[in-house]
Design a protein around this ligand. Structure first.
Ligand code: CMP
Length: 233
């Protein structure tokens, strides 16, 4: 397995010169690579952590559970994303569950080695900070949606965001490459499945979405449209 090639594919290592990458490779920073099969829980609030994880291939879902088993999906991690930094850098730890949505390749790096890399390469530290800031921005956006908008607008906003990240354009629709049941959309929005189903059938009648048992597609016109900020519909 060519570690250098794998490293160059991870977002924060992009744009580094071959020479820099070779240096990093010689430090033997990558602890190991692991293919994890679909629908595996790779992390629970109780699990022991090995360091930082980089998603090389695949998709993983992060979620929280309440006492009665209700799930709230925080987000989807995909190629290039990092997780495990809260525990690694003692920022505390988030009590999240992380499960693979498809077969995924993860690579692990021990925290002291990653820290040393950042000290020696400030541009890597900046990229790491940027990745954390992007996540913060996403959370702020999610909070705004929850606090200020009605369910219809939140569903459209969620599908637009997912289309931008995971969409494949086909015949005027963005096919979202994720397993998205109405229940899962409800989990992402903190809403009930029944309410989401109501909104989805309304949107399907209007031609805004096309759904089947296996896929959800959003009309490209809606994806491109700038939804008015003050609409609470
Ligand atoms: N809201 C979130 N969005 C994206 N990633 C998160 C979020 N909350 C936690 N994580 C990641 O999930 C990881 C779980 O382990 P840690 O708490 O070490 O570090 C956490 C973060 O890397």
């Amino acid at each position: 397995m060519n570690k250098l090639w794998y490293l160059s594919q991870i977002s924060i290592f992009e744009e580094m010169s071959q020479e820099e990458m070779r240096e990093i490779d010689q430090l033997d920073t990558i602890h190991h690579f692991n293919w994890i099969t679909k629908n595996t829980l790779v992390q629970t609030p109780e699990s022991t952590r090995e360091g930082l994880y980089f998603v090389k291939e695949g998709k993983l879902r992060l979620y929280k559970l309440n006492d009665s088993g209700k799930q709230f999906t925080l987000g989807i991690l995909t190629k290039g994303n990092i997780f495990g930094e809260l525990n690694s850098f003692s920022f505390g730890t988030s009590r999240v569950y992380i499960e693979t949505l498809e077969s995924s390749l993860l690579c692990t790096m021990f925290e002291p080695q990653f820290e040393r890399l950042m000290i020696n390469r400030p541009q890597l530290a900046l990229k790491f900070l940027k990745a954390l800031s992007d996540r913060l921005k996403e959370r702020e956006d999610q909070l705004e949606q929850l606090a200020l908008h009605g369910l219809r607008k939140r569903v459209i906003h969620l599908l637009s965001t997912l289309s931008e990240k995971f969409g494949v354009i086909q015949d005027g629709y963005a096919l979202i490459d994720l397993p998205l049941s109405h229940q899962e959309i409800a989990n992402m929005l903190g809403a009930s499945r029944e309410a989401v189903s109501g909104v989805m059938s309304e949107l399907a009648k209007e031609g805004v979405v096309k759904t089947s048992r296996l896929s959800v597609q959003l009309a490209v016109t809606i994806l491109e449209e700038n939804i008015p900020q003050n609409s609470t519909h």
